[in-house]
Design a protein around this ligand. Structure first.
Ligand SMILES: *Cc1c(COP(=O)(O)O)cnc(C)c1O
Length: 389
């Protein structure tokens, strides 16, 4: 194959051509400031309001409950810090999980340094947290529960509607980092009792650097940025109308046939998982077998280094990612893989393939062939592998 095979869609996705076409006029002709009174400004403003309607429709929200941001990281920071600071009269206790994205974990750690108490709920071997765990952790001084909709590494989908029901009955706000879920699994904030929800356009074939925070009407939240009156005074800064128009188009396209896409992609995913487990001895699946994102395949392969496999796959034209993050020059195993109970060695031998709607069965079969070959080669060189003749 001469074209690269991209299986790192959980890191970021390619922008759709229809999305780019929607954005182009705002780069070129309609470049007025969306807050200005003149015609160019008003044309830009219309693009922003159209995107707000598209985003609200995709989530079952009202347009006035959507606030545009610079992406998932900002939305997570704003939701957590903004709600924590606006509700100190009630208390300073936050509940989250051990497997959140760093945009959530590091925001919680930042608040902990300033006197907040944070409970990190453990997860089971599949990465699930239960509504009962949440219920048991809620105290009189709890102001916020923040639990991701779906995990970016192992793909596990959390029982958010049930957790939402618990939070609503106990009078505690629920924020969910739905950056991996929006555009991939159907979500309704109203039906699922979600009070705040983060999303990011570049995870569903939109542009990078733009996202949104859904804030249910009536939720008390402080600004974390201060400036102009944009976004009803809650999120200042000149409108990124190019990015926002792209987000609106991308979310509309992603949700147009979300059930159909989900079904097709889940079949490809299950084929890939089954073939890897069948053909590669010592391989195991990470994450929940069924409650998982339609495009997520995360496996650990015994006696192999994830980084070594990535290099070989890269040379074979395949983009994937591993279960380690390079922080300060050393390879640290992912906090998510450790939280589901993997040893450091097993976590280091992990690979994530994240598919998208454009992934073909042919590509998957090519990737499995190369993976099987690579594992055989690396094991032949490994002094640790007991299966050698
Ligand atoms: C990508 C991602 C983020 C960060 O979003 P950005 O738009 O890249 O800042 C946050 N949470 C999860 C679960 C993600 O996958």
């Amino acid at each position: 194959m001469n074209k690269r095979i991209y299986m790192d869609n959980a890191a970021t996705t390619a922008i759709r051509s229809e999305v780019l076409e929607t954005m182009m006029p705002y780069f070129i002709n309609e470049s007025g400031n969306a807050s200005s009174f003149h015609t160019s400004g008003q044309n830009a403003r219309r693009a922003v309001e159209r995107a707000r309607e598209q985003t609200a429709a995709a989530l079952g929200a009202r347009p006035e409950e959507i606030y545009f941001t610079s992406g998932g990281t900002e939305s997570d920071n704003w939701a957590i810090e903004g709600v924590a600071r606006a509700n100190t009269k009630k208390g300073r206790h936050i509940i989250t999980t051990a497997i959140e994205h760093h945009a959530v974990l590091h925001t919680c750690e930042h608040l902990a340094k300033q006197g907040w108490d944070v409970t990190y709920l453990p997860v089971d071997e599949h990465g699930l947290v239960t509504p009962e765990q949440v219920e048991a952790a809620i105290r009189d001084d709890t102001t916020l529960v923040t639990i991701m909709y779906a995990n970016n590494e192992i793909g596990t989908i959390e029982p958010i509607p049930q957790i939402g029901a618990v939070c609503r009955s106990r009078g505690v706000l629920l924020h969910t980092d739905a950056v991996q879920a929006v555009g991939h699994v159907p979500i309704s904030v109203a039906e699922q009792n979600i009070d705040l929800l983060s999303l990011s356009a570049h995870k569903f074939h939109g542009p990078k650097g733009v996202g949104a925070l859904y804030i249910r009407r009536g939720v008390r939240i402080e600004n974390i940025m201060h400036g102009g009156a944009q976004e009803r005074g809650k999120r200042p800064g000149t409108y990124n109308q190019v990015g926002i128009a792209g987000l609106g188009k991308a979310i509309e396209l992603a949700c147009a046939d979300i059930e159909g896409n989900n079904r097709r992609l889940s079949q490809l995913r299950d084929h890939m998982i089954a073939e890897i487990l069948r053909r590669i001895p010592g391989s195991r699946l990470n994450g929940h077998p069924t409650l998982r994102l339609p495009g997520n395949v995360n496996v650990s392969i015994a006696y192999i280094e994830g980084e070594g496999m990535l290099l070989h796959l890269d040379l074979a034209g395949i983009d994937a990612s591993s279960g380690s993050a390079c922080t300060s020059g050393a390879l640290d195993p992912s906090h998510v893989l450790l939280a589901i109970g993997l040893s450091h060695e097993t976590a280091h031998g992990s690979l994530r393939f994240s598919l998208c709607e454009d992934t073909t069965r042919e590509e998957i079969d090519y990737v499995i062939d190369r993976l099987e070959e690579t594992v055989r080669k690396l094991r032949e060189m490994s002094p640790l592998y007991p299966g050698k003749e």
